[in-house]
Design a protein around this ligand. Structure first.
Ligand code: SAM
Ligand code: SF4
Ligand code: SF4
Length: 342
């Protein structure tokens, strides 16, 4: 056990310990990826959270301290688009000071990274994951439904590398008919060329607005076979226990990852909790409701009470949605990915 008082930490009902926390810092985004925030739903009249509803940096840091005592040592900042939250580097600096937190990562669409990479690194950010679904400028624009050009994202990735935010990970959601043609090999080739760890992700039924159908999922096996045909691969060991990406090593060097959340779920090793931008705790990406920690924070609850509350919630956890999912999306009410963070 790494941090906190081991005796005060509890596993959930399936013996899984709380180890990582994903923190969404905003529900806003400058992209409208069709599989995440389709414009028909997240249009001009969509009501995003008001600034006063967002957890402040002080509130986030206070919670991080409490979570660290409950065993969390890894934090990932996400959103919406986390780099839209002003002065995110300040939050990174505050989190870097929290005892027991040894890894702070960021998942971003990369569009605002070029200007911020160095400052984030200096503040204590360890790593960055950039989401990128195509290297074809037109297809990129269609999928992300944004005016931000692909070149800006590529500049962001290069800046992150220069700033030392390595190893750079690239997340690619593969969806049937969207980018399951030449994109897969092009993105894998891009990773091989630059030494980035590209992770292909099966399209998931997160939220209820993206119209998910099982037939849109490109199974991990199919992606591995295609990669293998181009550049022979062999399975590699995970970097750490509970790594969600299955790693493969190219026989001529380098690695690639596959996140088979739908066809080969990994709930058994899921040690993650998620905190929404307005301070609700979710113990599963597919949860239908969260637990309001902001009300406790703003209602005068002290740290010890907060900690026992979180401990009790985790101790009751029985989530394993992906293992139970069939070919249908099996829950009518689910939180949107942009709200809860990926
Ligand atoms: N805006 C940032 C970004 O895109 O990296 C962070 C938030 S985004 C919700 C986090 C991750 O979730 C991204 O890598 C995105 O591709 C992934 N994602 C969103 N919707 C998804 C879905 N339906 N299935 C699989 N992955 C999804
Ligand atoms: Fe925005 Fe990320 Fe969702 Fe795309 S995947 S709409 S970039 S939050
Ligand atoms: Fe974890 Fe829920 Fe995903 Fe299973 S479905 S891996 S429990 S977040």
């Amino acid at each position: 056990m790494r941090n906190g008082d081991a005796n005060s930490q509890v596993p959930d009902r399936f013996g899984r310990w709380l180890r990582d926390l994903r923190i969404s810092v905003t529900d806003r985004c400058n992209f409208r990826c069709r599989y995440c925030m389709p414009r028909e739903v997240f249009g001009a009249d969509h009501l995003f959270l008001d600034r006063s509803e967002l957890l402040t940096f002080e509130e986030i840091t206070r919670l991080a301290r409490v979570f660290a005592r409950q065993g969390v040592h890894k934090i990932r900042l996400t959103g919406g688009e986390p780099l839209l939250r002003r002065q995110l580097d300040q939050l990174v600096g505050m989190l870097a000071e929290v005892d027991g937190i040894d890894d702070i990562a960021l998942t971003t669409n990369g569009s605002l990274l070029a200007a911020q990479a160095r400052g984030l690194r200096d503040a204590g950010l360890s790593r960055v994951t950039v989401s990128l679904d195509s290297l074809d400028a037109e297809r990129f624009a269609r999928i992300s439904d944004t005016r931000v050009p692909l070149s800006q994202v590529l500049r962001g990735i290069a800046a992150a590398e220069e700033a030392g935010l390595a190893p750079i990970k690239v997340n690619t959601v593969v969806k049937r008919g969207m980018n399951d043609g030449s994109d897969v090999l092009e993105l894998a080739g891009f990773g091989r060329e630059h030494g980035y760890f590209v992770r292909f992700i099966e399209y998931m039924d997160v939220g209820t607005t993206n119209g998910w159908r099982m037939t849109d999922v490109v199974p991990a096996r199919e992606i591995v076979d295609r990669l293998h045909a181009a550049w022979p691969l062999e399975p590699a060991d995970p970097d750490y226990t509970g790594e969600v990406a299955r790693r493969y090593r190219y026989l001529d060097g380098g690695e690639v990852g596959i996140i088979a959340s739908v066809t080969e779920p990994f709930c058994r090793t899921c040690t993650r909790a998620r905190l929404s931008a307005q301070g609700e705790l979710f113990t599963c990406l597919f949860a239908s409701s969260g637990h309001d920690l902001r009300a406790l924070l703003r209602g005068g609850t002290d740290d010890a009470e907060l900690e026992s509350h979180i401990q009790a919630l985790w101790g009751r956890r029985t989530d394993r949605y992906s293992e139970l999912r069939t070919t249908e999306s099996t829950r009518a009410r689910k939180i949107e990915m942009s709200y809860i963070g990926g």
